[in-house]
Write a protein that binds this ligand. Structure first.
Ligand SMILES: *Cc1c(COP(=O)(O)O)cnc(C)c1O
Ligand code: SF4
Length: 339
């Protein structure tokens, strides 16, 4: 018998329905992904090439929302590696947001007034091909409990900070024990008012929103905002709607951010349906980001003029409160920049 690592062993023994089990059994082989979707063999070499640059990761609960033998499926396009990822394009770089310049402590990014990002987990439950963190040096940014003290001290001595944003990777890939500990430390800092969590986990593995998560989330004195990351209405299935309902019942304000992606959601109808479906799930659209120029993702780019035209036409279809704000992140700016 192969000796599994401690983590893997625990995950294997977990109930098949538990999120830990689902996370550790995600599809991580490009060949298996192509085969199970009935894709033509012609897709495999490209998938292998992209996988070598940024590994495939697709949990079963997300996989089952992808259509069979449909290379243009908007969910598949977000997770299937392509040979195009190996193409270089001028201006597309490995750290497009220049975050490396804004780390006063390990695991902490302070770029905007009043709020900081805490890198609470180095990994994600799904690997999105367009991700601006696909080259992120995660191993250097996953602090241990002792190492968190430096970041927590920074917050303690910076009274201007009122909001802590858990980010990653995906912060909800961390264990509830670890998250409960961190939130407990944060809420002891008197000037902190809000806890914000940026996550894709409730979307890709809705069972992540379990009683352990809801326990520490319900108990904190901090106001809670959870920003989901959903790019297409097909990602919102009944399990996701249920997960959102559980979060809302725990007093969490739910928002969504999307990335505008060629071949995924670059049409007015796709964006309008996404906003409508989000609201049905109790989620308000927040940001629609244009793609960050990350190396390997240039094939997802939608030019600014087209992005603006799309959003202008979208306004004809939606009430104002369902309109996401079209923004770009520009290194050195004090906030996201509206387009
Ligand atoms: C996006 C981002 C935030 C949050 O910005 P909001 O406009 O408040 O959503 C905070 N810190 C960093 C480094 C960010 O990239
Ligand atoms: S979940 Fe978010 S951080 Fe993780 S790969 Fe996808 S876009 Fe990137």
């Amino acid at each position: 018998m192969i000796v599994a690592s401690d983590n893997h062993e625990r995950a294997s023994q977990a109930q098949p329905s538990s999120w830990q089990h689902q996370l550790s059994h995600a599809i991580r082989d490009p060949k298996l992904l192509c085969q199970r979707l009935g894709l033509d063999d012609a897709w495999l070499p490209g998938a292998q090439t992209g996988h070598a640059l940024f590994e495939v990761r697709v949990p079963e609960a997300y996989f089952k929302r992808i259509a069979h033998n449909a290379p243009d499926d908007p969910l598949l396009r977000q997770v299937l590696p392509l040979g195009d990822e190996a193409l270089a394009r001028p201006g597309y770089v490995t750290d497009p947001l220049e975050e490396a310049d804004h780390r006063p402590a390990r695991g902490l990014i302070h770029k905007y007034a009043g709020r900081v990002l805490l890198i609470a987990s180095p990994t994600c439950a799904v690997n999105c091909r367009y991700c601006f963190r696909r080259h992120f040096p995660y191993s250097e940014n996953a602090p241990s409990r002792a190492q968190w003290q430096e970041a927590l001290d920074y917050l303690r001595f910076e009274p201007s900070i009122t909001e802590a944003i858990l980010s990653g990777g995906d912060p909800l890939a961390a264990s509830d024990r670890q998250l409960a500990w961190l939130v407990n430390e944060l809420e002891a800092i008197p000037h902190l008012k809000r806890l914000r969590i940026h996550t894709r986990l409730p979307v890709v593995i809705p069972d992540r929103v379990d009683s352990a998560l809801l326990g520490w989330l319900s108990n904190t004195r901090l106001q809670k905002v959870l920003v989901l990351h959903i790019n297409h209405a097909n990602e919102i299935d009944p399990a996701v709607i249920d997960a959102c309902a559980r979060l809302k019942a725990a007093g969490v304000t739910l928002l969504n951010q999307s990335v505008l992606l060629r071949g995924v959601n670059d049409e007015v109808s796709a964006l309008a349906t996404l906003s409508e479906r989000l609201f049905e799930a109790g989620v308000l659209p927040y940001y629609l980001h244009v793609l960050d120029p990350v190396q390997g993702a240039a094939h997802f780019d939608v030019p600014d003029d087209e992005a603006r035209a799309l959003v202008t036409r979208l306004r004809d279809h939606l009430p104002g409160f369902l309109m996401p704000r079209l923004v770009r992140e520009i290194p050195g700016e004090a906030s996201k920049t509206p387009l």
